[in-house]
Design a protein around this ligand. Structure first.
Ligand code: BDP
Length: 719
């Protein structure tokens, strides 16, 4: 009996140890396997000394208390005597000035407010490992980077490293409503429990802040861009203050979305006209009040005159007049106003693609210095692949920020594994040819090509109350990659994947190689089985789940037909000079190359051209055949990804293995569903046989069309 009990206990302990529900993200700190590194790291952890004090140093202590026991099996020792028994020195440049050489000091100073340096310092015959920043937040970033090097077993004390972010505001945009539903959220409800705030502090808030700080995210907008004015009432300011206070030591500033009509809704005014003195006074008073609660409040994020949101146009004022109103209220406090460029006409546009440039380009130079225009990566709406937005490079005298979507609204939502970093990399590396011939989107956004000082990369969050935060475990890689790329838009998706996999799944060569391959192939796979060759906006109506190339009715620019324009002759949206000429909004070099359907990169072909089904591609195949081959290749890649994962069963803990295994089985079915239904639908126009090399699409088009998903998550409120 005793033995049986012992065995049961042993089994349950073993399982609880190996169970991994993904809550800890990439900060799981698995035991170090390399024996030398383990000795080295435990020695370093045994003598840590802080120069000075700061709430951020308390955060560092807590992180080391979590990390060290797991990495090396013993708790870190914090010393109060600088020299005796210390191994690691942490602190600000000023406080270490006596021990730093002049050159080191100058180099460090150049790293700015958030940068850090780590390496060894020789002092009075002894060598110390030091992590130094100009401010405590730099030290925190340096410590996270150091811990990462230990986790990924790349730490070498002899290697000096310094780093600083290339972008000033690295920001998550939560599309979270006050009732905790999340627009386009696929990971449960909002982590902000407004009802229980300010009294109750969910421990998740701290883990959220840790995760963000570990990847350099330094700003969060807590609320949906389809905003509720109530967030600006005193009661809610008190709640937001609690979060701001918690996040401050982690270097994270809080922003809130401001509803343009708030003066009417919560201010009792009859108008929200940006030039009205009472409206100006309302925003000034509101903003002053906000800063009385949150002295380092980041600012407002505004969606105006877009998809039914109120804005300055109601009063015949333009975006600059609207944005400047709020910017002026924020300026005395050092706040930033982020104004979104995702606008399209209330009436129908000839081509929605052109709308933002038509509205914003004429306003170049008219925005205050503390305004950033936040531009989505492409001109339509976070499609699986879009050419970069033509506003990048078209507004020389305005701060332009990037908006990516981390939540996978159009990329498989919660059921698909799609690593988004390759998409962001593609966008960042796109050449704009403006303002200089060598300019890229990254260079405009980080200021190197545009010269702008106030820089921003924002990402629509994929975080919710699901135990693993992101619904799909592998979607954690997108949160991670977003932070890393916002810090440095030049990083490659490959190196970020390498870091994330090592920190999440460990170093073993086989799983490492296979999971990396899975990640790196996933986005192209999704593009292929969803919207290849520049096809776009052909997803399901409203919930945006699954295929819907047949979607029609209602606003034409919300239908699929508006975008694919398939007919008996061909398919695609002619955006060249002979069509809508949206292409004309790009630099002449691009116009020239992309106007020609034989020159344009194939991936953008049907985005800019309407072509006959028999159009010959460089491959020698017809357009119709090539469409079929791409859809089919996408399905085959999805199956390959599944097979790769399934081969890792013995390498990964059962809980995470099975979670991903089940979701990949759904993904393969969904990939087949996309391919089958899109090809069967397009065939009704093309009336041509499917290419011989592909699996013939199965199923019944009418049945595909009739599918309904009333419980699909994340649907936006109606307007
Ligand atoms: C679209 C979403 C919608 C958002 C909108 C936006 O479908 O829910 O409100 O973008 O960015 O992608 O404002």
């Amino acid at each position: 009996m005793k033995t049986l009990l012992f065995v049961l206990l042993w089994i349950s302990m073993t399982f609880s140890v190996s169970a991994n529900d993904g809550y800890k993200l990439w900060l799981d700190y698995q035991p170090i396997e390399d024996a030398n590194l383990k000795i080295q790291a435990s020695q370093l952890f045994s003598g840590i000394y802080f120069f000075g004090e700061s709430p951020t140093y308390d955060v560092i202590r807590k992180e080391l208390q979590i990390a060290a026991p797991k990495l090396v099996g013993s708790a870190p020792q914090f010393k109060t005597e600088r020299l005796a028994e210390t191994q690691v020195w942490l602190g600000k440049r000023e406080e270490l000035s006596q021990v730093l050489g002049l050159q080191q000091q100058t180099e460090l100073r150049q790293l700015g407010e958030e940068g850090y340096w780590r390496g060894t310092i020789d002092f009075q015959g002894k060598t110390y490992y030091a992590i130094i920043g100009n401010r405590p937040i730099g030290v925190l970033y340096g410590v996270f980077d150091w811990l990462k090097s230990i986790q990924t077993e790349t730490f070498d004390p002899k290697l000096e490293k310094s780093d600083s972010p290339k972008v000033k505001l690295r920001m998550l945009n939560h599309w979270d409503n006050l009732d905790r539903t999340v627009e386009r959220g696929y990971a449960g409800f909002s982590i902000w429990d407004w009802h229980k705030l300010p009294g109750y502090i969910d421990p998740r808030y701290i883990d959220y802040a840790r995760a963000n700080a570990s990847i350099g995210i330094n700003a969060v907008s807590l609320t949906n861009v389809n905003a509720n004015a109530r967030i600006l009432t005193t009661d809610f300011m008190k709640k937001a203050k609690v979060l701001a206070d918690l996040f401050r030591p982690y270097g994270i500033k809080v922003f809130l979305t401001a509803r343009f009509s708030a003066p009417i809704e919560i201010g009792g005014l009859k108008t929200a006209d940006p030039l009205d003195p009472e409206v100006i006074a309302f925003w000034k008073k509101k903003t002053d009040e906000m800063y009385s609660f949150i002295p380092d409040f980041g600012g407002y994020l505004v969606k105006a005159n877009s998809e039914g949101q109120p804005g300055p146009h109601e009063y015949q004022r333009n975006h600059a007049e609207g944005a400047n109103l709020l910017a002026d209220a924020l300026a005395p406090h050092g706040g930033v106003l982020i104004w979104r460029a995702f606008v399209y006409s209330h009436e129908l546009d000839e081509d929605r693609h052109k709308h933002a440039n038509l509205e914003f380009e004429p306003l170049d130079g008219k925005f205050r210095e503390n305004v950033i225009i936040q531009v989505k990566n492409g001109a339509i709406d976070f499609m699986p692949r879009e050419p970069f937005h033509p506003l990048f490079g078209a507004m020389d005298s305005t701060n332009l920020g990037m908006e990516f979507q981390i939540t996978q609204e159009y990329l498989g939502q919660a059921t698909q594994l799609v690593y988004l970093a390759p998409m962001w990399e593609e966008v960042f590396r796109s050449k704009t040819y403006r303002p200089t011939p060598a300019a890229t989107v990254a260079g405009i956004v980080d200021g190197t090509d545009s010269g702008q000082k106030l820089t921003l990369v924002a990402g629509v969050s994929n975080i919710g109350t699901d135990r693993n935060w992101t619904g799909h475990l592998m979607a954690q890689s997108n949160w991670y990659a977003f932070g890393r790329m916002a810090w440095n838009p030049e990083l490659s998706s490959e190196e970020i994947a390498d870091e994330w996999v090592k920190m999440t799944f460990g170093q073993k060569p086989e799983p490492l190689a296979k999971i990396k391959e899975i990640l790196l192939e996933s986005r192209e796979a999704a593009v292929n089985y969803m919207m290849p060759l520049g096809l776009h906006h052909i997803m399901g109506w409203d919930h945006h789940y699954g295929p819907g190339p047949w979607v029609t009715g209602g606003r034409p620019d919300w239908t699929s037909l508006y975008y694919h324009q398939a007919d008996s002759l061909g398919i695609g949206f002619d955006r060249t000079a002979s069509g809508s000429d949206a292409l004309g909004q790009y630099a002449p070099e691009i116009v020239e190359a992309w106007s020609d359907p034989t020159q344009i990169p194939e991936k953008y072909l049907l985005w800019f051209h309407h072509l006959p089904w028999d159009f010959k591609l460089p491959s020698g195949r017809t357009l119709w055949d090539e469409i079929g081959l791409h859809y089919d290749a996408g399905v085959k890649s999805a199956r390959q990804i599944q097979a790769n994962w399934n081969s890792l069963e013995s390498e990964i803990d059962p809980e995470r293995f099975d979670h991903v295994r089940q979701l990949l089985a759904i993904q393969v079915q969904e990939a087949e569903w996309w391919r089958n239904s899109c090809l069967l639908y397009f065939e009704t126009f093309a009336k041509r046989p499917f290419p011989a090399e592909i699996e013939k699409p199965t199923g019944d088009l009418e049945e595909y069309k009739s599918r309904k998903f009333p419980t699909a998550p994340g649907i936006r409120p109606k307007w």
